[in-house]
Structure formats: C-alpha cells, structure tokens
Ligand binder design. Sequence first.
Ligand SMILES: Nc1nc2c(ncn2[C@@H]2O[C@H](COP(=O)(O)OP(=O)(O)OP(=O)(O)O)[C@@H](O)[C@H]2O)c(=O)[nH]1
Ligand SMILES: [Mg+2]
Length: 531
Amino acid sequence: MTKCLRLLRHLPWTTQLRPALVQFQTRLKYTQHQGVKGIRNRKSFFEAQMQSGQQAESEQETDTGNGTDTLDMRFLDDRAYDEVAGGAMRISRDVATAQKVLILQPYVKWAAKRNTPDDVKPNDQLTEATALIHSLPNWKVVRGLKVPLESLERKALFGSGKMAELKTLVAELRQEQQLTCLFVSKGTLSFAQKHFLEAEFRLPVLDRYSVVIQILRLHATSAEARLQVAMAELPYIWAQAKDASMTQTRRQGYSLTDLQKEILRSRERKLRAELDRVRRQRQLLRQKRKQQNYPIAAVVGYTNAGKTSLIKALTVEDSLQPRNQLFATLDVTAHGGFLPCNLQLIYMDTVGFMSDLPTNLFECFVATLEDAMLADIIIHVQDLSHPCHAAQSAHVESTLRSLAFSIAGGDSTASHMPPIINVYNKCDLVPASAEPTAAEQEGSRRAAHRISARALTGLDPLLQDIERQVLAVTGRRKLQMRVPNGGPEMAWLYKNAAVVFTEADEKNPERLLMQVVICQRTLEQFKRQFC
Ligand SMILES: Nc1nc2c(ncn2[C@@H]2O[C@H](COP(=O)(O)OP(=O)(O)OP(=O)(O)O)[C@@H](O)[C@H]2O)c(=O)[nH]1
Ligand SMILES: [Mg+2]
C-alpha cells in the first residue's frame, strides 16, 4: 500500500489526480484545541511528542496547567457581567433571538466624491453592513439606507430635517414590519450618540462593533476563540462607560457602579491569565512544528475572500466547511498538504480582516495571528470579484505591516515579514473578456495568481510558486542522489526527506537514482551517517 502511494505521488501533480490520491492518503489536521493531529500517518508520533512537550512545560512552569483543553471557562458564564455588557452593547448574548433590522449607512458627502481605487463607496459599505446582518441567523434586514452627512462626529449624527424623515420611516417600519432595532453602520457610536438616537427612535441602536461582537460570539466555539471574543468585548464596555460618565448620564441609565467595575476588572484579570496560558501553548506548538521541520504557509486575507476554500482545495480536506458568512473562521487551524515535489506543508487558516473596525477589537486575536507572521510564507487571498477588492487588500497589507511591527516590539528595523504570495480568488465570477479593472491593473503591478478555489482553476501554477518560495525561504534544495537499491540509505531518505521521484540507474541496476528535496541540516546528517 505504501509503495502504491509513493508511486502515485511520483505521477505529475494535477488537480484532476488529486481527488483520487486523497482516497488513499489519510490527511489529518492539527488544531489547537483538539490536540495535534499531525500530518499523514504521523499522528500518534506527533501526539506523543506533544504530550512529552506538555509534560516538560508543566514541569518547568508549574502554574501553567495542562493546556487549553483544561482551561477554566466557567467564569465566562456570568449573569452579572452579561447585564453590564448588555447595557453597553444594547443587545443580549442570546444570538438566537430574531431581529428585524433597519440599516443606516452614514457617509460623509465630500469624502464619497473622491475617486481613488482604495476608497470604499457608500454602496459597498451598505452591502458589507447587510452581509454582517445576514451572518446572524434569524436576523433580517428590513431596509438599508445610505445617509449623507456633513460629519460623523455630531452628537445627533443626523441633521434635524434628516432626523424627522428617519423618524417617520422608523414609525412606518415598526408598524408594518415589526422593526426591532437600528444598525448604524459606523465603527463605534459614542455613548452620547447612541443614547440620543435611542431616545429619538425608541429602539435599540447598534454599531459595527457590537454587531461584529455578536457574530464572533456565535462563531466562537473553541475555548480559545471564546476567550478572545470575551476579551474583545471589554474595551468597548469601558469606552462606553467612560463616555457615559463624561456626559453625566447616571440619571440617563448607563454608568457603572463600583461593583460592576470590579466585575469587569476581575473578568479581565481571569481572561488575561487564561489567554497567557493559550499564548504559551501556541509558542510550544510552534516550537514543536519547527522541530518537525515542516514548512508553514499562513493563509490570510479579508473576511469571506475564500481562505478556507483555498486550503480545502489545496489539501482536499473534507472537514473544512467554507461558509458564505463574515468571520466564519475564528480559530487558527493547521492543515497538512503536499507540494508538487512531495514535500509536506502546513497551511494555517486564519481569522479574516475587516476595515472600519476599531483596532482593539482585533488586538485580542493577535496571539493567533502571530502564528501567521512567524510562518515561512504568507498567502494573501483576495476576492477579485469584490468591487472593493483594491481597498480590501490595501487594508490587509497595512494590518500585516502593523502586526509585524508590534510583534517586533515596536522596532521597525527588526520587524520581519515573510514573503507574500498574492492570490486573486473567485475568478470564475469575473468575466474573462471584461476590461481590466483598477484592481486588476493594480494586480498586474504586483503579480498575483488568478484562481478559483471553487472551480479549482489556476491551482497548479500557484502550487509551483508556493513550492519555489518555500524551498528558497527554508533553504531546501532539490538533489539527485544515487543510492544502493533497497539499502538503508534509500529507507533513510524516504523517512527524512521528500522524495520527488525515483528511477533505476541504467548504468548500474543495483543503484537507484532518487530526486529528493532536502534541507542542509538533514543533508549533513545523511553524510555523517552514510558517507
Ligand atoms: N464563486 C466562488 N465562490 C467562492 C470561491 N472561493 C470561495 N467562495 C465562496 O466564498 C464564501 C466564503 O468562503 P470561505 O472560504 O469561507 O472564506 P474565508 O476567507 O475563509 O472567510 P472567513 O473565514 O469568514 O474570513 C463561501 O461561500 C465560498 O463558497 C471561488 O473561487 N468562487
Ligand atoms: Mg474561513
């Protein structure tokens, strides 16, 4: 069986062949939370290593416990905290509650007239706001409106004429369609703005921060993701409370008592302690992967660009479920795949980025994104069919740069970014004959692979490029070696290097020609042992 597999892998690597291969290969997945599942048939080996690693860590650091599986999550379910959070976010933790939403997309009139490719138009903002609401089950958009404004900072947000118009509309929608809340699609509304609008409309008013938190709460199923989302809620609550106390709204309903402040502080302390534990756990896993010497490719990109779909296409991993929802992936998971040269590679799936969100919302996910920044290469997946493609990729690139900067401890000279491979996904949705858009012109300057993760097109050249970059960055080389046929050298190379192909030596039938991909360290080991 193993021989058969090897033979199969020596055949040219084509997308058509891949599904057939998959039936034979046991592709296993590693996740932070379910323990390490390793790659190919090395699961038990990797798990044994993990256990010994965990033991070593708990021997060294007795206060760290036994990893994320034993995280104490009970404190997350805290009614007193939920009340405080609900007061700030205007929405309960219960995501199952049906909501009928009116979306108001405010935009600054003069800014909307600018016409650079990186500018997101109000129409596109409204589409993104609608997608946010549709990411929550049982939430329906009753109507979406763009509202031109002079500035987004006024306390009333809208002028008096606009306000009267909106009030009439809200009253109508309440009667006809049982409207339950308003979503003002702006990063955060100040407490004063929210309070004022709620008094006028007599309905709860949500901003982007609170809607995104609600989506994250829904999609966070693993222990780590739940901790991170819980942490992401706190800066928002503190900011709202600070704003409320400045506007002296004790009488108006939202200010924190000393007891509530203590509830928040103690929750923050516990969350920090648990997240530190998660971080150490991640570092340990990174070390293990380094020891295993598997090259790692982090797949990053704007939310819904198709990161999970691409990994699924490259690894043919059945368990991966791409979903047409924003922030579908909240856990960094690793998936084993093969490069054309037969080298095993780990693809890391990551949480998607989104613009117009306060940075502290994503600060909590930095620990997971660190994995991406410390990978050997980054694959930046972009949705070419999206009208704001250029703005989205510019946002991802600048976030990556600032992540690299913060990981380097704020030292710009030390900040390091792995090589980036740009991938334009969803090409099946872009008419081939269409005039090149601004985004595409931008792309031709930056050399990107045009693929469709759904239609499985363009993947072979992409894999070739990934291979080229991985070999270069990890110092691996392709070598032709002549070894005794069936000898220990051959077995050693199969075990420790990636064998691209083998063929009998025509001049000497007792010898075998092996093309292998090998790193310098492994080559030295080989020489020590056999030469
Ligand atoms: N038409 C088309 N749809 C695609 C393609 N790739 C992905 N999709 C769809 O786009 C949606 C999002 O795909 P995902 O792979 O979940 O995107 P993601 O980047 O992982 O999203 P998040 O995890 O939410 O950040 C799904 O409905 C996919 O089926 C493609 O090449 N063509
Ligand atoms: Mg995903």
